[in-house]
Design a protein around this ligand. Structure first.
Ligand code: NAD
Length: 355
C-alpha cells in the first residue's frame, strides 16, 4: 500500500526516507519534494496518525506545498517536510528526537528541519544534538526562535486584504472570525485579531489552552468541537490539522472566507471548486502562511535584516490580491491559480529569468 501511494502521489518527489528505530519507538517519514531552488527547508510534524498511509499522504502533500510556498514567496529554497508518528504529549522522548536527528544528518543538508505542529523549539534543540541541519532552536540557545509569530503576522495581513476584496471593508472591527487550533500560530493570530476588535470564536482540543484564552481574552467565545464548522462567521481560520475542508465539513460551513495558518487545508483539489461554487473565497494556505518560512530564510547566510522580513511579509497580501483577481477573471479556483503561479516561478528560476 505504501508503494501504491508513493507511485500515485510521488511522481514529482525527489526522495522519501522512512525512519524506523525500534529502540526509541521512532517511526518517521522525511519527504523531500524538491531541491532545485535550494535546500528543502520544512517543519517536522508530530501527530498520532491512525495509519502509516495517512502519515505518508500528509508528508507528501506537505512537502510539495513547501516547494510552492518558497516559490510564491520568491525564496531560494526547495520543499521538504517530515512527520513523526505518535502523540506529542505522550510519546515524545529525547532519545527519539536524537535518533530522528541522525536520520536528518545522513541527508547532508538536502533537508533542513524546523518546527511544525506538535514540535517545539526545545524539541529542535534535542534534534540538533545529532544534526547540523536544524532551524528554529530556542533564541537563548543561539537558535532563530519560533517563527510562528511571523506566520501569524502574514495570515493577519492576508485576512485584511481579503476582507477588503470580498467584504469591501477597510477594517476588521466587528467581523466574526473562527479560529480552529490555538497553538503557536492560532494563538498569535488570535492576539492580532483581538487587538483589532474582531469578534473571535475559538476552539482547541486542549482544555488548558481554552482556559488560558478565557482568562486572558474575556471577549473570545470559546466553542465546542461540534460547533467548529456550523458556527456562522465571516472568516473561518484553520490553524491546526490537515484536510479540514472535506466534503462533510464543506456542507456545514457558514462563512464567506477561509483564511488560516494551517497547511494542507483542502482534503482534495476538488474542494477548491466546491468552495468557489458555494461563494466562499479560499485563501491558499501555502500563500497566506509563508511568513514563518520568510523569517527562517532570512536567518540563512547571507542573513537579511528585520526590515527585509517585514517587507517580504507585506508582499503576501499583494500575492493574494493577484490570485483573487486571476481567479475571478479566469473563473478558476484560487488554489489552482496559486499552484500555477508557484510552478511558473519555479520554472522561471530554473531557467534563470525572474526570481
Ligand atoms: P502547534 O502544535 O503549536 O499548535 C497546534 C494546535 O492545534 C495545538 O494547540 C493543538 O492542541 C491543536 N489541535 C490539534 N488538533 C486539533 C483539532 N482537531 N481541532 C482543534 N485544535 C487542534 O502547531 P503550529 O505551529 O501552531 O501549527 C499549526 C498549523 O499551522 C499546522 O498546520 C502547521 O503546519 C501550520 N503552519 C505553521 C507554521 C509555523 O510557523 N508554526 C508555519 C506555516 C504553517
Amino acid at each position: 500500500m505504501v508503494f501504491e501511494i508513493l507511485d500515485k502521489k510521488n511522481k514529482s518527489h525527489e526522495q522519501v526516507v522512512f525512519c524506523l528505530d525500534r529502540k526509541v519507538n521512532l517511526k518517521a517519514i522525511i519527504s523531500i519534494h524538491s531541491t532545485s531552488l535550494g535546500p528543502a527547508l520544512g517543519g517536522c510534524r508530530m501527530f498520532p496518525y491512525e495509519t502509516e498511509n495517512q502519515a505518508l499522504e500528509d508528508v507528501l502533500r506537505l512537502s510539495e506545498a513547501m516547494s510552492h510556498k518558497a516559490a510564491v514567496a520568491g525564496l531560494p529554497l526547495g520543499g521538504g517536510k517530515s512527520v513523526i508518528i505518535g502523540d506529542p504529549d505522550k510519546d515524545k522522548t529525547t532519545e527519539m528526537l536524537k535518533s530522528f536527528g541522525r536520520y536528518i544528518e545522513s541527508l547532508k543538508g538536502k533537508y533542513v528541519v524546523s518546527k511544525d505542529m506538535g514540535i517545539t523549539t526545545t524539541d529542535l534543540q534535542c534534534v540538533a544534538k545529532e544534526c547540523n541541519y536544524v532551524m528554529g532552536r530556542p533564541l537563548r540557545q543561539g537558535g532563530i526562535g519560533d517563527p510562528s509569530r511571523w506566520t501569524a503576522q502574514g495570515v493577519f495581513y492576508g485576512i485584511q486584504k481579503v476582507v477588503k476584496w470580498k467584504l469591501k471593508k477597510d477594517s476588521l472591527k466587528g467581523l466574526r472570525v473562527l479560529i480552529q487550533g490555538l497553538g503557536a500560530v492560532g494563538y498569535n493570530l488570535l492576539e492580532f485579531l483581538y487587538k483589532e476588535g474582531v469578534e473571535i470564536f475559538a476552539f482547541d482540543i486542549k482544555q488548558e489552552i481554552l482556559n488560558d484564552v478565557k482568562s486572558k481574552f474575556p471577549k473570545v467565545h470559546v466553542i465546542s468541537k461540534n460547533e467548529v464548522f456550523s458556527t456562522a462567521c465571516d472568516i473561518f481560520a484553520p490553524c491546526s490539522i490537515s484536510f479540514v475542508i472535506n466534503k462533510e465539513n464543506l456542507e456545514k460551513l457558514q462563512c464567506s472566507i477561509v483564511a488560516g495558518g494551517a497547511n494542507n487545508q483542502l482534503h482534495s483539489s476538488a474542494m477548491d471548486n466546491k468552495l468557489m461554487e458555494k461563494g466562499i473565497l479560499y485563501v491558499p494556505d501555502f500563500v497566506i502562511n509563508g511568513g514563518g518560512l520568510i523569517y527562517a530564510s532570512s536567518c540563512i547566510s547571507p542573513k537579511k535584516s528585520e526590515d527585509w522580513v517585514n517587507k517580504k511579509i507585506k508582499d503576501i497580501p499583494k500575492t493574494i490580491q493577484s490570485i483573487c483577481e486571476r481567479s475571478a477573471s479566469e473563473n478558476v479556483g484560487t488554489a489552482e491559480i496559486a499552484v500555477q503561479i508557484a510552478k511558473e516561478r519555479i520554472e522561471h528560476s530554473r531557467i534563470g529569468v525572474g526570481a
